[in-house]
Ligand binder design. Structure first.
Ligand code: SF4
Length: 198
C-alpha cells in the first residue's frame, strides 16, 4: 500500500501522474504512428514494469472478469512468468487475439509512455522523442514515491507477488517487509520503492 495514503487516494494520485504526463507530452506525440489494432509494443516489450499499486488495481479488474477469462488469464500469466524467467520475450498476457488490451482503461504507465513516430517492425523499433523518455523517467519516480511501501517490476511478477497471501496482507496493511520478497525480488529484478524516499 502507499503507507500514508489510502488505496483510493493512491489510485487517484496515480491517475494524476498519468494525466499530467499525457498533457505535458501531447505536443511531442503529434504525428505518432500508433493506431488501434497495432500491438507491436505489447508483443515485443522487454519489460512492462508496474508499481505494486498499479498492479493492485489491475488485480481488482481481473477479479471482475468472467471465471473462464480469469482461468485463461491465470494460465497465460503463469506461462509468461516461466518464459520471462528464461529471458524469452512473449506477447503480453493481457493482449487479446484481436490485438486489443483487455485492461486498456487502467493499463500501467509503462504502456502509456510508449509510442512511436513511425510504424514499427522488428528491425525498426519504436522511435520516441528523448524529452518524452526523460519525462517518463521522472514520472516513474513519482509513481514509486506514491507507492512508497511497494515495489516496481514486470507486470506478471508483481501480480504473482500480490497473489501471495503473506505479501498482500503486509502490503494492504500499509506495512513494509522487503525480507519477504528478497529471493523472488532479486531473481526477478524487483525494485524496492522505499529506497526512493529514505
Ligand atoms: S498491458 Fe495492455 S497495453 Fe500494456 S503491454 Fe499489455 S496488452 Fe499492451
Amino acid at each position: 500500500m502507499t503507507g500514508k495514503l489510502s488505496i483510493k487516494a493512491g489510485f487517484r494520485a496515480v491517475d494524476e501522474v498519468y494525466s499530467s504526463f499525457e498533457e505535458e507530452v501531447r505536443g511531442f506525440r503529434t504525428g505518432q504512428a500508433c493506431k488501434s489494432g497495432c500491438a507491436f509494443c505489447c508483443s515485443h516489450a522487454g519489460s512492462i514494469d508496474v508499481t505494486t499499486l498499479e498492479g493492485l488495481r489491475i488485480r481488482g479488474l481481473i477479479q471482475k472478469f468472467s471465471r473462464s477469462r480469469q482461468k485463461s488469464l491465470e494460465k497465460s500469466l503463469f506461462r509468461e512468468v516461466r518464459h520471462r524467467e528464461k529471458n524469452l520475450v512473449v506477447p503480453c498476457p493481457f493482449l487479446m487475439k484481436n490485438n486489443v488490451c483487455m485492461i486498456y482503461e487502467i493499463r500501467p504507465f509503462s504502456c502509456r509512455r510508449i509510442y512511436s513516430l513511425h510504424t514499427c517492425t522488428k528491425e525498426n523499433p519504436p522511435r520516441v522523442n528523448r524529452k518524452v523518455m526523460d519525462k517518463g523517467e521522472e514520472e516513474i519516480k513519482r509513481l514509486q514515491e506514491i507507492d512508497s511501501t511497494g515495489y516496481l517490476g514486470h507486470i506478471s511478477y508483481i501480480l504473482h507477488m500480490l497473489d501471495a497471501p503473506g505479501f498482500l496482507d503486509t502490503y494492504m496493511g500499509g506495512g513494509f517487509d522487503p525480507g519477504k520478497i528478497v529471493v523472488f525480488g532479486k531473481s526477478h529484478n524487483i525494485v524496492i520503492n522505499q529506497k526512493m524516499t529514505l
